[in-house]
Design a protein around this ligand. Structure first.
Ligand SMILES: Nc1ncnc2c1ncn2[C@@H]1O[C@H](COP(=O)(O)OP(=O)(O)O)[C@@H](O)[C@H]1O
Ligand SMILES: [Mg+2]
Length: 409
């Protein structure tokens, strides 16, 4: 089955569409009490209750395309994310407008690669995510909200659409994120090498996959900002949406005391599972960050934001993942941040003492900008087959859940 995965992340830069072919390897289990093993010694990923069937999806990446949001759409999305007072009417309109854009992106990708999609998995645009419960009207609630109306996409593309993946995990007691570790586990597990798979989108998140793992051994969490702080200071000080190829950071000096100060933020001390968003590293954080840089040169502020981002990732690894040199050997980077050589250079420098070598996800057959979109194609496929796709070890949920809502065309 050819599935389109559609992703638009917290950077709100635009839409990524990945087309993947997924087929199912399945075997009848002889008895339900004795799970059938697949792929050598590895247990099946999903064990649906009451169904004597164990499946391992097989995944082949086909193609990827990227569609930047028009400027005014990006501005509106960012304003909605950061707003304490948004117009309800405008939010409703945005929900339908984004769906039209997602549908157009899928249709354009089909045409471009001469492929026909049979199912769409659309993450939607997160407007608000609060993975940890807090009190609202007397009740403790964890909440999340992704926009992009599935029914519109299904009608325009003419195939079923799975969207709204996060709430089912939260209903099962999880934080609704990260969800990509399901793909990471499937694609990157290795018998010999422990691997850390790091995505650097607006937010940065990792999946640490020990050698010969079972799904429960995958540790995954948001490490903190990805490009979000770098983008925001670049926009503020240079009027550009991001520091292309790290050119600005390259000619700045890092203010070490600022990096050290912000690494003491409570988020970095919190144990995983944990999630971050604009709520932690958005406008208010950036205001503080710029203030603390004082009268430094503008270039130095961007260099400092870049160093802070790299260091927060490495600290997360030291604190929560790496137990002794050699337990993890490969560090596989994806997301738009993989395109920033200064950020990657800083990471490589700090990772060497931990015995980790940096690789791009491209080396493993999945272009770094396509990975998250590809993940939502896989999650949609699971849902379409009524199979769970969350990893409780990553989200903190009590059980794996079948994620998302289906709109039929
Ligand atoms: N050539 C580049 N140089 C530096 N940064 C880049 C480059 N290309 C993309 N990026 C960064 O990647 C971000 C988009 O990454 P992406 O993985 O799409 O994030 P998200 O999933 O949050 O949308 C941009 O906002 C920018 O910060
Ligand atoms: Mg993006």
């Amino acid at each position: 089955m050819i599935v389109a995965g559609v992703m638009s992340g917290t950077s709100a830069d635009g839409i990524n569409v990945a087309l993947v072919r997924i087929s199912e390897r399945w075997r009848e289990a002889r008895t339900e009490s004795k799970p059938q093993l697949t792929r050598g010694r590895e247990p099946a990923l999903s064990l649906p209750k009451g169904r004597p069937r164990h499946t391992v999806p097989e995944f082949k990446f086909l193609s990827h395309a990227e569609y930047p949001y028009p400027k005014d759409v990006r501005r509106t999305v960012l304003a909605a994310m950061n707003s304490r007072r948004a117009s309800v009417a405008d939010l409703a309109r945005l929900n339908f407008l984004l769906a039209e854009l997602y549908a157009e992106a899928v249709l354009a990708t089909q045409r471009r690669f001469h492929l026909k999609v049979e199912l769409v998995g659309c993450h939607g645009q997160t407007l608000y995510h609060q993975g940890k419960a807090s009190t609202f009207l007397g009740r403790k609630l964890a909440v999340t909200w992704q926009t992009g109306e599935g029914a519109i996409i299904a009608a325009r593309v003419g195939v079923p659409v799975v969207c709204d993946f996060r709430p089912a995990d939260m209903a099962a007691g999880g934080q609704g994120a990260p969800l990509v570790p399901f793909l990471d586990y499937l694609l990157y597990r290795d018998k010999r090498a422990g691997r850390v798979v790091q995505n650097i989108g607006g937010i940065a998140n990792l999946s640490a996959i020990p050698a010969s793992p079972s799904p429960e051994q995958v540790v995954a969490f948001d490490t903190g900002p990805g490009n979000m702080v770098i983008d925001a200071v670049t926009e503020r000080l240079f009027g550009k949406p991001y520091d292309r190829d790290g050119r600005i950071a390259a000619s700045g000096a890092v203010l070490e005391h600022v990096v050290a100060h912000f690494l003491r933020a409570p988020f970095f001390r919190r144990k995983p599972p944990k999630t971050a968003g604009r709520e932690e590293f958005g406008r208010e954080f950036v205001q503080e960050f710029v203030n603390r840089c004082g009268r430094a040169r503008k270039h130095d502020v961007v260099a400092t934001a870049t160093a802070f981002t790299a260091r927060s990732i490495v600290h997360a690894l030291q604190r929560f993942v790496v137990r002794g040199r050699g337990s993890f050997r490969e560090f596989i980077v994806s997301g738009g941040g993989a395109k920033n050589p200064i950020l990657l250079g800083m990471l490589a420098y700090e990772l060497r003492p931990l015995g980790l070598q940096i690789h791009s996800s491209d080396e493993f057959g999945l272009p770094s900008e396509a990975k998250e979109a590809a993940a939502f194609a896989l999650l949609a496929y699971q849902t379409w087959n009524r199979q769970p796709s969350s990893l409780p070890s990553a989200t903190g949920a009590k059980r794996p859940a079948v994620l998302g809502k289906i709109s039929y065309s």
